[in-house]
Design a protein around this ligand. Sequence first.
Ligand code: NCD
Ligand code: ZN
Length: 351
Amino acid sequence: MTDKQITELTIRRPDDWHLHLRDGAMLQAVLPETARHFGRAIIMPNLVPPVVTGDQATAYRNRIMAALPRDMTFTPLMTLYLTENTDPDDVAAAHAAGIATAVKLYPAGATTNSASGVTDFEKVRPVLDRMAKIGMPLCVHGEVTNHEIDIFDREAVFIDKILRPLRKKVPDLRIIMEHVTTQDAVDYVRDTPKNLGATITTHHLIINRNHILAGGIKPHFYCLPVAKREAHRVALVQAAISGDKRFFLGTDSAPHTDPLKLQACGCAGIFTAPNTMSCLAEVFEAASALPKLEAFASLNGPRFYGLEPNEATITLTKGDPVAYPSYVPTADGPVTVFDPGFDLHWSVTSN
Ligand code: NCD
Ligand code: ZN
């Protein structure tokens, strides 16, 4: 059967291995959009102030569970924001207690709310050594922040200047290079035999930098790491459909209200939670790789994290174009939903 003949696909319920849920009114509004299709998600800790300690992660997890509609099931997997003052004992205790699944490394200043991130990697060495010892993974925002480095080169430079040396120093640390956007990152992960995986977002499989900049500037396509040229997008699609167990879905769905996106200095972040699975089905179908969607969205992630795949399933059904709302309203203003630029024919049902 060719992919064009497949009109129904049942897969294990997917997980999102990189998600921003925010807090307060925004959390309330966006959480159901993820919980509708996803079983679990790795929750980013870049709140203001960031989620640094085990106690803060517990409190945030409680707020997430309190915001979850009663008829939905969803498990947030919490992360701790790594700072130069992070206490290795607190991290280890939060991991042992099942409160924190991973630690998140933001190079200081790399992206939205990353001012408390790491500048001097030697200062966090005791935490990283401890994590390697207890088998706790590190999620990495892989971009350097030096102003003299071109924004389109920041991921490739990070691999050479930070990630390679770091992996030499702490080879037993399990690292997830998050939201990879370049052929360089795909090659690096593929050529690294162990302890390295990568997440790929929905939008980086669909847009390149022309979508942001050609024919007028499109703030709703602006995120970090910024989308690169077409050849890199193609490399990401190849990695996602390859079945290689080191590549898995992390949407980086990052909601900001329209007033914060549509201004002279607009926020980075694309909100893909509502329509991600329909978008991915289109991408995989176009690449004649629908049977590989389950590995990418539902199997490879849990495997890397040492968890079982979800028991439940979802069914994707092909038909007339599915209508998703163009925005999700919040008490702070509307949040525009990612527009892939093509019709979505795959509807999603939870079984
Ligand atoms: C994220 C956000 O808004 O929190 N923005 C983004 O463009 N992806 C931060 C991040 O993950 O880089
Ligand atoms: Zn993110």
